[in-house]
Design a protein around this ligand. Structure first.
Ligand code: NAD
Length: 259
């Protein structure tokens, strides 16, 4: 049995992950954690199990923590995982360079998997985008657009940036050097070789991503559409199974799917 602790237990993803863990015959829910003061703290989520406001005791009981919360909670969650000798999957998006540095540091002592998107299809899409960007010269403009539900707080989405990194890798340069500012704030001719981003927000969309490669007289679009959050939850639980008992290090979803 793989013992899994869910951080952000009251959130949209946290609830989907708890349902996935509880339905899996080889997994056991070790606990659920919410921010202090959240109305769901104290809610029963299993036999003798309530949502608590402290990750530390859950980390001591769990083999793997699954974190879909907020960047502000990352340091505390990494510390809890290290103290409890638990692996951790970080699905939270909106991470800054200092968050990635903290993840790298934690990965020296525990297994850590950080993924802006835990769906199989997005790992495959990233590989296709990298291949396409490598094959096409800078006469092909790359634009990444995404649609998410009205509650999403970060933009562009972590997945859009992840796809941008794949495209930049295909072009042989870091995304920071190729990323274009939003076209509306920087009018004028488009810089050749640059990678642009556009975000839409509305309704209950779980996440659509489109990568447009626009050349002279022809266009290619590579897309992924998430029909529900269940694909992220099942990918997260799959990743937790894979992470359990692994040696310390920083891993990616592509390692799991063998892409
Ligand atoms: P949400 O707002 O519904 O849930 C986040 C939950 O985290 C909230 O209930 C909040 O109270 C809780 N939280 C905040 N601080 C906390 C703390 N210190 N300890 C414990 N819990 C805390 O958001 P969501 O839609 O579930 O998304 C959560 C994150 O996951 C976002 O960053 C989102 O972009 C990301 N996400 C990633 C994927 C993926 O595949 N990696 C998929 C969907 C969403």
């Amino acid at each position: 049995m793989i013992k899994i602790g869910v951080l952000g237990a009251g959130g949209r993803m946290g609830q989907a992950i708890i349902a996935e863990v509880q339905a899996a015959p080889d997994c056991w829910l070790a606990g659920g954690v919410e921010r202090p003061g959240h109305p769901m703290c104290g809610n029963i989520i299993g036999e003798g199990l309530v949502i608590c406001a402290n990750a530390a005791p859950v980390a001591h009981k769990a083999d793997v923590l699954i974190d879909f919360t907020t960047p502000a909670a990352l340091d505390e969650h990494l510390r809890a995982a290290q103290d409890g000798k638990a692996a951790i999957l970080i699905g939270t998006t909106g991470l800054e360079p200092h968050h990635h540095a903290a993840i790298d540091a934690a990965a020296r002592t525990i297994p850590v998997l950080q993924a802006a998107n835990t769906a199989l299809g997005v790992s495959l899409l990233a590989a296709l985008v990298e291949q396409a960007a490598r094959a096409l010269d800078t006469g092909w403009d790359i634009e990444i657009s995404e649609l998410h539900h009205r509650h999403k707080v970060d933009a562009p989405s972590g997945t859009a940036l992840f796809l941008g990194e794949a495209a930049a890798k295909g072009r042989g340069a870091p995304l920071e050097t190729l990323r274009l500012p939003p076209h509306e704030s920087s009018p004028g001719a488009r810089r050749a070789g640059g990678i642009g981003f556009a975000s839409l927000r509305g309704g209950s969309a779980a996440g659509d991503h489109h990568v447009l490669l626009a050349g002279e007289g022809e266009r290619i679009t590579l897309s992924h559409v998430a029909e529900s959050r269940d694909i992220f939850a099942s990918g997260a639980v799959k990743a937790a199974r894979w992470l359990s008992g692994r040696k310390p290090g920083r891993y990616r979803m592509a390692d799991i799917f063998g892409i």
